[in-house]
Write a protein that binds this ligand. Sequence first.
Ligand SMILES: Nc1ncnc2c1ncn2[C@@H]1O[C@H](COP(=O)(O)OP(=O)(O)OP(=O)(O)O)[C@@H](O)[C@H]1O
Ligand SMILES: [Mg+2]
Length: 264
Amino acid sequence: MKYHLPLTDPVLQTVEVSVNLGGLQILDSVSIGVPEGTITGLIGPNGAGKTTVFNVICGFVHADSGVVRLDGRKLRKIHTHRLTELGIARTLQGVGLFPTLTALDNVVLGASHQDHASVVESAIAAPWRRRRQIQIQDKARALLDELAIGDVADRLPGELPYPIQKRVALARALVCDPKVLLLDEPAGGISDADMEDLAKLLRSWVPRMSILLVEHHMELVMKVTDLIWVLDAGKVISAGTPEYVRNDPAVLAAYLGDEGAIHA
Ligand SMILES: Nc1ncnc2c1ncn2[C@@H]1O[C@H](COP(=O)(O)OP(=O)(O)OP(=O)(O)O)[C@@H](O)[C@H]1O
Ligand SMILES: [Mg+2]
């Protein structure tokens, strides 16, 4: 397939990744890349395999063949708990917050790898460890403020409207300063006004980080992405600039039955 985009030095890349689950070919030789400093879209109809691509990158799902590369280096065995150390953070398709922790503590948890204390540090309640914890807390508060939800820091997720919970989940992903941020439907269930804000926020985070965005809201995708990959039934069927992709007959055909979705 001919790609209508420059793909120089992707910071994150899947190379011919295939996944078979229960006898079903969920991903079929999927090669996509996120050029450094871009917002790259990954779109496709329901069940196309978008979340599975994220799951492979994060090590939740094992690829039967193919590789994931970060900064050109092959990730051999992907340990989900080490993702943040590698510089990869992710939000889930829902929200996935811990219901018994406050919004602030949920965000702090996103930086837990920065707070690894040795047995000795814990035993002597090392002051530098306490300082580290305070720094993480301050950063978590600052992020909640940046996302305009500083006032909910001490509330439990269940007490918060869904769009606010989505923002807490965003803050949790950001707290570890990822170089690559994977967002799975960040606009799901939010209003048009919130979507405008989200678009501005996303643009404000690049090129400091690179973003791979899975999203069904085409207006948002077309507005914020630099380039887009399109999946259908586990295969990449198109790739290019938003302008190219929205007019590609192959993409329009894939969305048939979901009339108007791609031009929304
Ligand atoms: N653990 C699993 N076992 C078997 N099939 C699975 C599993 N996880 C996902 N699938 C199937 O893989 C296909 C791709 O699912 P995936 O969740 O990646 O799609 P998606 O593009 O994210 O869809 P959506 O837009 O609805 O979120 C679907 O047909 C789904 O039913
Ligand atoms: Mg999905």
